[in-house]
Design a protein around this ligand. Structure first.
Ligand SMILES: [Zn+2]
Ligand SMILES: [Zn+2]
Length: 219
């Protein structure tokens, strides 16, 4: 596949398959970017060379007709034909060299990007390993805490059982104590009643009743 020149504006790089514009400073441009070259004393968009002379910028056809090729150099002396051909080939070589430099630079940039990506990947892998270790540590702590909670639950259950036993014992003790009090109260009451009954016949009961009404009648 035949190589085509490219527009030397880096943001364009359009393949120049038909009409192209070439400069005396060995640069080529597409129709769109050649518009700025149509005035006198203009600078080359690629290298900044001043292009003010008549043949500093010319329009070329990348696929000239056979008739044009047959007649273009006819009549010129061979050394002039060779001189023209050498200049044309030199222009082409320069363009190929520039393209190779561009490709090499692009490859280097890709390699740098790849290395950065590789470094980032290494960093990410390290961070991932650290995160895994942290997760493992956290899981161990959680398991330890679960074991502690289980132990505490078991101890609490045991204490609860002990408390229930103590409450049960206390309830029985209270019940017995109350029974004793009731029995004692009943016994004392019986004794008291017996005593009163016994003393009732011996003691006299005095009832004081005022006689005010009868005294007034006497007066
Ligand atoms: Zn262009
Ligand atoms: Zn230039």
């Amino acid at each position: 596949m035949a190589m085509n020149l490219l527009c030397n504006v880096q943001t364009c790089r359009k393949p120049l398959t038909s009409t192209l514009w070439v400069t005396s400073c060995s640069h080529s441009f597409c129709e769109d970017h050649a518009k700025t070259l149509s005035h006198k004393n203009i600078k080359c968009p690629a290298c900044g060379t001043l292009l003010g002379k008549r043949f500093d910028v010319i329009r070329q056809n990348s696929n000239p007709a056979e008739e044009f090729k047959a007649m273009l150099l006819v009549g010129l002396r061979p050394e002039i034909v060779l001189d023209i051909a050498m200049r044309a080939v030199s222009f082409w070589n320069y363009q190929v060299e520039q393209e190779l430099k561009y490709q090499a630079n692009s490859a280097n940039q890709l390699l740098e990007t790849k290395e950065k990506a590789s470094i980032n990947q290494t960093t990410l892998m390290k961070q991932l390993a650290l995160a895994k270790n942290t997760i493992a540590g956290n899981e161990k702590q959680i398991n330890d805490q679960k074991s502690t909670i289980k132990f505490l639950k078991s101890a609490l259950s045991h204490k609860d059982q002990q408390l229930k036993k103590m409450q049960h014992g206390l309830f029985h003790t209270k019940s017995k104590t109350q029974d004793i009090h009731v029995t004692n109260s009943e016994t004392e009451d019986v004794h008291f009643r017996k005593e009163n009954t016994h003393n009732a016949g011996k003691k006299k009961v005095f009832i004081f009743e005022p006689r005010i009404s009868s005294q007034r009648n006497d007066l």
